[in-house]
Design a protein around this ligand. Structure first.
Ligand code: PLP
Length: 450
């Protein structure tokens, strides 16, 4: 048996793969990726793919950034581990917090580290609860999320996620978590409804939900600036302006989940900058370290921090944090990532190539299988349809998005099929020539699915 066949068999024998149809996996086995170079990865047969999804929306600097490797090695040699409990600290964690707050929305003042986006959002939920308890408002605990929103998989963040597969059989969502509309005009507009009217209807629905539940019971609202895993939903004009007015009116905290949008993806440093959001709490992960090592953070405003600090004094300790909060190697790599964004002027690069990316994306709207193309910055999606006029989606049993995904892969391009759509989220370092290559693969994938 070749070593490739052997490792494939061992994978099937041993591993539970996340977000995988486990039955299919038993038959098909894994795709084993062995190395990476720039925006490309290579499988164990030596086949090269352009990674049109940056892995899981995350390797913003591609797969071979030497400076990140060196930052990790240097820190490994100096101090491979230390924690932040009981006032202990380490230099990379300190320096990273300074750099993060320098670029973050001005409403934010403090940084709490964890390892993953799920944990960062979980912490956000706990902080909202802790804060309202500290304020003497123990009833103000419900958190409103959105259908199709994606915020992770832990018990709390999985509850915030508004996708059926994350709830079914897991006994989620937990109580106190509610879901309001997804701001997709394509999917949610009534016949003949203008985009403006659609947006206003969603804002009214949010207000009605708050009034029905009782404003004194609603503690926070959470949103991704652009929904990612829900199908790359770019909000309509005026949506967040209206939402923020309602949140202010009822004194409800705004948690902005920047796990995908953070660090340049939408054409500004944060999605909050693109959509003029003023978060009370913000979560970041993924591109924080270009995903070379796991690290995430929950950023909070000064008023929230002060109340929490005051209360922790009374309790004796702020009893939250994980062994790896502020891990020095992860923090050193994240710090170097932020420096690279600055040195390469990554936001300007995104602003330069994004119009080209978006024009290639939108040119696919003429394709017979395409109902809508949508995107902003370097993130986009292609919605597939059986019938452009009625927007009828394909029957899930057809697995049209998997067909396109697999055919694009045959042409050396990796994209992700989500429900009835194809998502694109290439490394931020992508060039215009590589964007051509990306869309040639996508188009070949679409044509093969005709
Ligand atoms: N929030 C958003 C917007 C995400 O896209 C994700 C993951 O894709 C998460 C949170 C969860 O992050 P993690 O998978 O690191 O737990």
């Amino acid at each position: 048996m070749s070593s490739e066949t052997l490792s494939s068999a061992t994978d099937v024998k041993n591993l539970v793969h996340p977000y995988t149809n486990l039955g299919d996996h038993l038959n098909k086995g894994p795709m084993i990726i062995e190395r990476g170079e720039g925006v490309y990865i290579y499988d164990n047969h030596g086949k090269r793919y352009l990674e049109g999804m940056s892995g899981l929306w995350c390797t913003s600097l591609g797969f071979s950034e030497e400076r990140l490797v060196n930052a990790a090695i240097e820190q490994f040699k100096k101090l491979p581990y230390y924690h932040l409990f009981n006032s202990r600290s380490n230099t990379p964690a300190i320096e990273l917090s300074e750099k993060l707050l320098e670029i973050a929305p001005k409403s934010l003042a403090k940084v709490l580290y964890a390892n993953s986006g799920s944990e960062a959002n979980d912490a956000a939920v706990k902080l909202v609860w802790f804060y309202h308890n500290a304020l003497g408002k123990p009833a103000k605990k419900k958190i409103i999320s959105r259908l199709r929103g994606y915020h992770g998989v832990t018990v709390a963040s999985g509850s915030l996620t508004g996708l059926p597969a994350n709830h079914q059989f897991f006994d989620l969502p937990i109580d106190r978590i509610l879901h309001t509309d997804c701001p997709s005009y394509y999917h949610g507009a009534n016949p003949g409804e203008s985009e403006e009217a659609f947006t206003q209807r969603l804002i009214n629905n949010l207000e009605q939900l708050i009034l029905k539940e009782g404003p004194d019971t609603v503690g926070a609202f959470i949103a991704e600036p652009v929904m990612g895993a829900g199908g790359v939903i770019v909000p309509p004009k005026g949506y967040f302006e209206g939402v923020q007015k309602i949140l202010k009116k009822y004194n409800i905290l705004f948690i902005v989940d920047e796990v995908i949008c953070g660090f340049g993806r939408t054409g500004n440093m944060f999605g909050s900058d693109t959509f003029n959001l003023q978060p009370d709490i913000m979560s970041v992960a993924k591109a924080l370290s270009s995903s070379y090592l796991p690290i995430s953070a929950t950023l909070i405003s000064q008023p929230i921090y002060e109340k929490i600090a005051e209360q922790s004094d009374e309790v004796g300790v702020f009893a939250h944090g994980v062994t790896y909060s502020g891990h020095p190697i992860c923090a050193a790599v994240a710090l170097e990532t932020l420096k690279i964004y600055q040195d390469k002027n990554i936001v300007s690069h995104v602003q330069e190539v994004a119009p080209y990316f978006l024009s290639k994306l939108h040119s696919l709207s003429a394709h017979p299988l395409v109902g809508e193309t949508r995107g902003i910055g370097l993130i986009g999606a292609i919605e597939l349809t059986q019938d452009k006029a009625s927007k009828k989606p394909f029957d899930p049993s057809v697995k049209i998005e998997k067909l396109v995904q697999e055919n694009a892969a045959k042409h050396g391009v990796l994209v992700r099929g989500i429900r009835n759509a194809i998502a694109l989220c290439p490394p931020l370092i992508i060039t215009k020539e590589q964007i051509d290559e990306l869309f040639n693969g996508v188009e070949a994938g679409l044509n093969a699915a005709l």
